[in-house]
Ligand binder design. Structure first.
Ligand code: NAD
Ligand code: GLY
Length: 371
């Protein structure tokens, strides 16, 4: 079993990776938590595949799981859902010694994490991610949040999980499209902070990338991603400086998601498109050599991110960009790659360059979607 110790100033947040760890959930908790009531939050898909395994494992170690199965999808990441979960937990008698277990993708992790961080001023949170995106990004590092009608992840906090249990075996049921979206966040670490990691993905040709799902090497890639993210979070938990690089691609991504009401793109797909746009922006601003940018763009295009929907307009993307929460004052912030393995924060690029890269994306015909 692999263990990666992620320590911030306030907490230790160990991450365990092991195929089959899901059925050891109870045992993994027993090391630190005496048997207690557990709010087990999940969504319908995840519950269908993995709910009983997780619940049984908790019962075997004398925990008392109370299961909340949500519909799933971005639409459930709301204060209303959190409010229902508080009520459920109160009715079941959960107290400050109880636990929250988030079993699912980033939506469940962010929502259940937000509930854990606020219920009775905070009770321990255990993240059990079951999507690739959640394994390599959202379950690690302590960002928890719900959405507001005016913006994504607007209401939230930094709340480190007491444990993260990653079972790569759960990925076997993850649809290809979801896996591909998760690959975007995985490859991101190579582009922004580790050239060798990037080269490993580059060496896998187009179809081998998607086949990683059933490849022995995946465990090593997951571990490396957790290590890289852990390094950043340990140095800058509250995103005062360095951690901003993890938002590579996210300025454009959040604008695309908001402009399409969070219904057209998977988050990872929007991030892939955002990284493509940011790389093109860096090229226009002469921040990166064309050869390096070309290699980044080639690798990202292997993920086959979706073309724009027919009704997406420049105006709606620009409006959504202006609402971005990463803005400082009135200025937009972008994370731009300056070579393979390094990225920097860039404030207020010329509007004509921003519109030019959006235009490049909007010009892609709908039928360009492969597969
Ligand atoms: P998701 O949670 O919606 O999961 C995607 C889909 O996969 C869902 O339908 C889910 O039911 C299903 N699913 C989950 N595990 C499965 C499995 N093993 N087999 C089959 N189906 C499975 O989406 P996501 O991509 O995991 O997460 C996206 C969310 O994560 C967004 O809300 C985003 O804002 C958030 N996020 C947060 C952070 C952070 O640092 N907190 C980082 C990145 C993204
Ligand atoms: N997903 C970006 C971060 O955790 O900071």
């Amino acid at each position: 079993m692999l263990k990666i110790e992620l320590a911030t100033t306030q907490n230790k947040s160990p991450v365990y990776l092991h195929p089959g760890i899901l059925k050891l959930t109870g045992q993994m908790l027993k090391r630190s938590f005496t048997p207690c009531p557990v709010l087990l939050v999940t969504d319908k898909n995840t519950w269908r595949y993995y709910g009983e395994i997780c619940k049984r494992s908790l019962l075997e170690e004398n925990y008392l799981p109370f299961v909340a199965v949500l519909e799933g999808g971005e639409k459930v990441k709301t204060l209303q859902s959190a409010y229902k979960l508080y009520g459920f937990a109160l009715r079941k008698g959960l107290d400050r010694k109880s636990l929250v277990v988030a079993l699912g993708g980033g939506v469940i992790g962010d929502l259940a994490g937000f509930v854990a961080s606020t219920y009775m001023r905070g009770i321990p949170l255990v993240q059990v991610p079951t999507t690739l995106l959640a394994m390599v990004d959202s379950s690690v590092g302590g960002k928890v949040a719900v959405n507001h009608p005016l913006g994504k992840n607007i209401i939230g906090s930094f709340y480190q999980p007491a444990r993260v249990l990653i079972d790569p075996g759960t990925l076997k049921t993850l649809p290809h499209r979801e896996f591909s979206a998760g690959l975007a966040e995985l490859i991101k670490y190579g582009i922004i902070m580790d050239r060798n990691f990037f080269l490993q993905f580059e060496r896998l040709s187009n179809n081998k990338l998607i086949k990683l799902k059933n490849d022995q090497r995946l465990l090593k890639f997951l571990a490396k991603a957790v290590l890289l993210k852990g390094k950043v979070v340990t140095l800058d938990e509250k995103e005062e400086g360095l951690r901003k690089i993890l938002n590579f691609g996210h300025t454009f991504a959040h604008a695309l998601e908001a402009a399409t009401s969070y219904t057209y793109y998977l988050h990872g797909e929007a991030v892939a498109l955002g990284m493509i746009a940011a790389t093109r922006l860096a090229t226009r601003l002469k921040m990166i050599e064309e050869e390096a940018a070309g290699r980044i763009l080639t690798l990202l295009s292997c993920l086959n991110p979706p073309p724009p929907p027919p009704d997406l307009t420049m105006g709606s993307v620009l409006d959504a960009l202006q609402a971005d929460k990463k803005k400082e004052g009135k200025e937009l912030i972008f994370i731009l790659p300056i070579t393979i393995g390094r990225a920097v924060t860039y404030m207020a690029p010329p509007v004509e360059d921003v519109t030019a890269v959006i235009n490049e994306y909007l010009s892609i015909p709908l039928k360009a979607r492969k597969g």
